[in-house]
Design a protein around this ligand. Structure first.
Ligand SMILES: [Zn+2]
Length: 434
């Protein structure tokens, strides 16, 4: 049995064993729909909804042109609402592996399916346990290239794990130049998790086979954390597919969870949001355990590493966002180069798949231009200011019709287009003159 076959076989075995264990669903959303409101003031739309259905709605996305909100159906057809998802439970089901929905295939069918598909792992979304088992398998298969490291422990006692990918060659990478990639900061953004895993897969399997990846791994280190919010991610599988925050206790007992992406200690301020809000920032910077552990891990364990680049994957909107998020008045250093690199990332994606990703400042996306504080405490700003020379947030597919509920058939196409951007980013960092 050659190494490649062995590896594929082991992944498929693990995935098929673990999927049924995760079953045990789950909050229903039959009484909700997602509406898009065009050309209206953000505050005015939310004011109307808040008045009718206090705290019973959820903002999915906002931009200068529109705002997407999940609202209860009993509100009727609200003025200005263009329905983008009417049947949320159907859309949720399209993201769950079939086996968990009780549509089991026969053993023979599954086996035939597995053998014909080398990258079975990416045929569907995977729960945390399966992903962590996959990490161990990677470490086992590529012992000279990857090491699973523990960044910290979450509120519910899960390990926050990073994959450190490196050839550990002091001659080719004497400065320990490093690229950091994170996914899954927001629990429901599953496509960000699979795209980070896809990046890991491409780097490892192409090393020694392709000139490009061989060069990347010889001259760069990678720290990749596909699931930055393990508790939240596990919760989306077990209880609520649309959960966003971590699962940490707050001062309000019935509303756990801090928005990790509002917790980093750079320009942090309290968002004045109630703990029940999806954007709740906590009561102090680094209150979110994941953000705090990551800071300590970077400063102590990886203190010697020079972080040249940071990419933080989120969804949805198809956007390349550059710093800063907290304010549109703060001018980032190297602004022109940063902008050029942003367009380079978007172009790499377009060349790969034809998909258009919009380039804009993170402050516009977060709405800090309209309401100061909305963009405070982001991982993007923190990494850009503290450690990484180049830093971006990529908001992956789609532009709204499926939102956070991108069906699993999109895992590979999105993985491929995002890897094209990662690859462009690595080439740029190795040769900024490009
Ligand atoms: Zn997000």
């Amino acid at each position: 049995m050659d190494a490649k076959f062995n590896w594929v076989w082991m992944v498929t075995m693990i995935v098929s064993i673990l999927i049924p264990l995760a079953a045990g669903w789950q909050r229903g959303y039959q009484d909700y729909r997602v509406c898009r409101f065009y050309g209206q003031e953000y505050e005015a739309v939310l004011g109307r909804i808040e008045f009718e259905a206090p705290m019973d709605y959820d903002v999915w996305a906002k931009s200068s042109e529109f705002i997407d909100v999940r609202i209860p159906k009993w509100l009727g057809k609200m003025e200005g609402c263009e329905i983008i998802i009417e049947d949320l439970d159907d859309a949720i089901a399209a993201t769950i592996p079939q086996k968990m929905q009780g549509n089991e295939k026969s053993l023979e069918e599954q086996t035939a399916f597995k053998i014909n598909n080398g990258d079975f792992f990416f045929e569907g979304y995977r729960d945390l346990e399966t992903i962590y088992t996959w990490y161990d398998l990677l470490e086992h298969t590529f012992p000279n290239l990857v090491k699973v490291e523990i960044v910290g422990e979450t509120w519910e006692g899960r390990a926050l794990k990073a994959l450190h990918i490196s050839t550990n060659n002091p001659e080719t990478n004497p400065e320990k130049k490093t690229i950091v990639v994170t996914g899954g900061v927001h629990a429901r953004e599953w496509i960000s998790v699979t795209s980070a895993c896809w990046t890991v897969h491409e780097l490892l399997t192409r090393y020694g086979q392709s000139k490009r990846e061989t060069k990347y791994l010889d001259y760069l280190d990678f720290l990749i954390i596909p699931v930055f919010n393990p508790d939240g991610y596990a919760y989306t599988w077990q209880h609520d597919r649309l959960w966003r925050k971590n699962r940490q206790e707050t001062y309000w007992p019935s509303c756990p969870g801090i928005d990790i992406d509002h917790s980093f200690d750079f320009q942090w301020n309290s968002t004045e949001e109630f703990p029940c809000s999806e954007d709740y920032s906590g009561e102090r910077a680094f209150e979110a355990i994941e953000a705090d552990s990551w800071n300590q891990f970077l400063n102590t364990t990886k203190g010697q590493y020079k972080i040249h680049g940071y990419l933080d994957f989120h969804s949805y909107s198809q956007e390349v966002l550059y710093p800063y998020a907290y304010s549109c008045d703060a001018l980032p250093r190297d602004y022109e180069n940063l902008l050029e690199l942003s367009f380079g990332l978007a172009k790499a994606i377009r060349n790969k798949s034809g998909r258009h990703y919009k380039v804009l400042s993170a402050c516009e996306d977060r709405g800090s231009d309209l309401s100061p504080g909305l963009g405070s405490g982001s991982a993007l700003d923190f990494m850009y200011h503290q450690r990484a020379h180049w830093a971006f947030q990529l908001k992956l597919r789609d532009t709204g019709n499926l939102g956070f509920l991108l069906p699993s058939k999109y895992i590979k196409p999105v993985g491929k287009e995002i890897y094209a951007a990662v690859s462009y980013f690595c080439s740029f960092i190795l040769n900024p003159e490009l």
